[in-house]
Write a protein that binds this ligand. Structure first.
Ligand code: ZN
Length: 287
């Protein structure tokens, strides 16, 4: 396996969110000669959308995705309407930032207003995702912003995303955009899909319809101590990253490799420059 092309490295700003605000991250990426960025909406809002867009443009960064829209299920019509309105704003923000796609974390079981899970109807939640996604796709297609469905590991089915495999995401794309790409595709995040026996087949399937919009990398630590915030640096865990990159490349993916590491007890406590240096080295050596 050839090593990863260093010019394809992108950084999801969550990776250094504990160290820096967005303007500092943008400067740091320039300092480290990293050409891609995937900002979080909260970080963009804290900087101001227009200011964030200008800084990113001035730094010449490719925006590999805006993180994130989705969270479609809700207990009632008002809740689903509020989600739709927020998702439309996310599409507009992604356009202003010149993002390659809006990444969608689709949401899990619907919640009460106080945050408690309101239902055990997982199939119903998945129908709400399909319906909400269909509505958002109409808007995003008109606006020219690709939507990337990110399947999440099944341990998040209740609270973050009830689309848990690439097969499910591909099925949604087939149902809502039967003629091919049409601005609807998938984000392949190795943390969520590395275990899937159908991984290669489903990456190939997405590639055949030009639906591979984003590729997120990190590693799976053994043991994993926190479901959300204990992601590993590439090379520190058990994911065969070069092989999965090979699946992506064979399926026609030519986009960037976005490092996305939530790591409360480790990388978020390190010096930000050290984190970026390590990302650069491990991207070349272990991805
Ligand atoms: Zn991701």
């Amino acid at each position: 396996m050839n090593s990863a092309d260093p010019s394809l490295l992108s950084i999801n700003t969550a990776t250094v969110r504990a160290q820096w605000a967005l303007p500092d991250i943008i400067s740091a990426l320039a300092r480290h000669n990293i050409r891609g960025i995937a900002p979080g909406r909260d970080q963009v809002a804290a900087t101001g959308l227009a200011d964030a867009a200008r800084r990113i443009r001035d730094a010449g960064l490719v925006v590999t995705g805006l993180c994130r829209g989705g969270m479609f299920p809700a207990v009632d019509r008002d809740g689903r309407r509020a989600a739709h309105d927020d998702n439309r704003r996310a599409v507009d923000e992604a356009l202003t930032l010149g993002a390659k796609c809006l990444v969608l974390v689709v949401g899990g079981l619907p919640r009460e207003r106080d945050g408690r899970i309101a239902s055990r109807d997982l199939a119903g939640a998945r129908e709400m995702v399909r319906d909400g996604l269909g509505l958002l796709h109409e808007y995003a297609r008109g606006a020219g912003m690709p939507l990337a469905i990110e399947p999440l590991h099944p341990m998040y089915a209740a609270d973050r995303a009830c689309v848990n495999t690439l097969a499910q995401a591909n099925d949604l794309c087939d149902e809502l955009a039967p003629d091919g790409n049409d601005g609807l595709g998938v984000a392949v995040d190795v943390y969520h899909v590395w275990w899937d026996p159908q991984l290669k087949a489903q990456i190939t399937r997405a590639g055949e319809r030009n639906r591979l919009f984003a590729y997120h990398i990190c590693d799976w630590l053994v043991p994993t101590r926190d479901l959300l915030n204990d992601r590993g640096m590439m090379g520190d865990g058990v994911i065969d990253l070069p092989t999965i990159r090979g699946f992506m490349e064979d399926a026609g993916y030519r986009g960037m490799h976005e490092v996305e590491i939530f790591s409360a007890d480790h990388w978020w406590k390190r010096d930000g420059d050290e984190v970026l240096l390590t990302c650069r080295r491990r991207h070349a050596e272990a991805s």
